[in-house]
Design a protein around this ligand. Sequence first.
Ligand code: ASP
Length: 309
Amino acid sequence: MPRPFPHRHLLGIEQLSRDDILQILDEAEPWIGFGRGRRKQDQRLAGLTQFNVFFENSTRTLFSFEVAGKRLGAQVANFHAIGSSVQKGESLIDTALTLDAMRPDVMVIRHSETGAPHQVAEVVGCPVVNAGDGTGEHPTQALLDALTMRRRKGRIEGLRVAICGDIRHSRVAGSNMKLLPKLGAALRLVGPPALLPDDTGGIPAFTNLDEGIEGADVVMMLRIQRERMEASVSGSLQDFHARYGLTRARLERSAAPDAIVMHPGPMNRGVEIDGELADDPERSAILEQVETGVAVRMAVLDLLTRDRR
Ligand code: ASP
């Protein structure tokens, strides 16, 4: 008898216990092998309708949720705000209620406003998954990051993880800062002072990249979120690369000898990370993160829709 999952929605990491997180990771793990097989068709969501409701651009996340739902047999419909009545001034809640009237069984939502999926979850009749809200959270990204680390390193407990770059505006950092300590990883944040959060929640912060990644087992690089900052905050990209760009030389000089590099994408090659390092399959787990992402999203969709089947 599988453990019942005690949450109706997946809106953030805060609400999840260590056991909830481990349950998602454990249930995701077999979907990786499934995805490598020839016939990738499970029917457990057959007859259910999944809406992917994206008010903000996405490459990986939208497609990954679509692939995940389809592999489980769901009928997946994608709603893009661009080209919709959102551009005619329809409010978030009116849009959500309109979509809800079509009776979806799960809604996956991305929005540029922090807290938008929480507002939608209050008014709709189905589970809601946060696929990234403003500078808030991106819970499935942190879950897939954790599963990738566990597969690469065999554990998360005791791992030294440095999250580097634009932490302040990153919802990926926001979710990882909540998730990784719950699983016993030792976190550090690294970035220019203007891109570090005002409150790090007790996580040590560094403004020097070499010092910040010293001895790290995992170095997670983040893109500068230009769309979420005042133009004045961002200096030149060359300057940023010189001080905060991860190169092979830097990694080998400072991090643990077998350190791996991660990035949630989209990558800006030559800015926060050197392309040559990102492409090295020994060091870089970036494409593995994408593969793991489908498996994690399958587990989440399965867990949240169990009482509808
Ligand atoms: N794709 C991730 C997100 O949506 C990271 C990023 O955009 O930099 O938050």
